[in-house]
Design a protein around this ligand. Structure first.
Ligand SMILES: [Fe+2]
Ligand SMILES: [Fe+2]
Length: 272
């Protein structure tokens, strides 16, 4: 009986170890490939999730905006009211030196300011005569209703829209509603939209009264500086009153164009 020489035995051990090492290398390479695939799958899933979240947020914004336009329409306003408020608010914020991104967000969020009117009965909203005390009490609920409709959102635009819906009727001196907030306790977006809404509401015909001349409304805003309105917002607004007047005129002309143009199948805001 022959025995392997020590050299032969060592050689076999080295061969076996080499095969094991090769097998481990192959396993490691497979594991790397699987890990790369898992990372790619995770990145794709995250991209798809982000796209879905963006799409849902866009749908929510569109739904809120449509509700807000519907509420204004029922209140005897043209759908342009929401659009004009957005434009004026953006111009005022720019005049105050706010960042372009903030101004752009405000321009969109401001358009939902009266979304809460959707919860007010037509008999009050469309009434042509003066409201009774009880009807005013109900009407004054629209900021709270609006904030509740928009709800708590993690999206900055909707957070701002909720804040505006709740605070656009607060007065700088605390005499506003629904919370009676004072001064800078009223969020800046709400203080800006308060001025924009006042200007727009009084410079256009409503169910129950005729529009006032633009310069008269500008004087009324000046008189309310530091009382109803934040003095800095009033100053910023009056500094750019010629831009506000020009924007107002441009929007009125766009609206007339849409009304007069047969076959125009777009919406007025597509012209803006
Ligand atoms: Fe309002
Ligand atoms: Fe309004």
């Amino acid at each position: 009986m022959t025995h392997p020489t020590p050299d032969t035995s060592l050689h076999r051990q080295i061969e076996r170890l080499t095969r094991q090492l090769e097998s481990l290398e192959a396993d490691r390479s497979n594991a790397h490939t699987l890990l790369d695939q898992a990372r790619a799958n995770l990145a794709r899933t995250e991209r798809e999730r982000d796209q879905a979240v963006r799409a849902v947020n866009q749908l929510r914004r569109d739904a809120f905006l449509n509700l807000a336009r519907d509420a204004e329409y029922r209140d005897g306003e043209s759908p342009m009211h929401t659009f004009r408020i957005g434009v004026y608010a953006g111009l005022i914020a720019t005049s105050l030196g706010c960042t372009p991104a903030w101004c752009e967000m405000l321009e969109r969020a401001a358009q939902m300011h009266d979304i809460g009117k959707i919860g007010i009965h037509d008999s009050i909203l469309s009434k042509t005569g003066p409201l009774t005390t009880e009807e005013w009490r109900i009407m004054r609920e629209h900021p709270r209703i609006g904030a509740a409709i928009i709800g708590q959102s993690t999206e900055p635009l909707l957070q701002m829209a909720g804040e505006i819906a709740l605070t656009h009727h607060e007065h700088y001196n605390g005499a506003g509603y629904p919370l009676g907030l004072c001064g800078n306790d009223i969020p800046l977006a709400g203080r800006i939209v308060g001025v924009a809404d006042f200007f727009d509401a009084l410079t256009h015909d409503r169910n129950y009264r005729k529009a006032l001349p633009v310069d008269t409304v500008l004087s009324m805003i000046r008189e309310r500086r530091g009382e109803q309105f934040d003095p800095q917002v009033v100053d910023a607004f009056l500094r750019i009153s010629s831009q506000i007047k020009a924007a107002r005129q441009r929007i009125i002309e766009q609206e007339r164009f849409c009304e007069a143009t047969e076959g125009w199948d777009g919406d007025w805001w597509m012209l803006a």
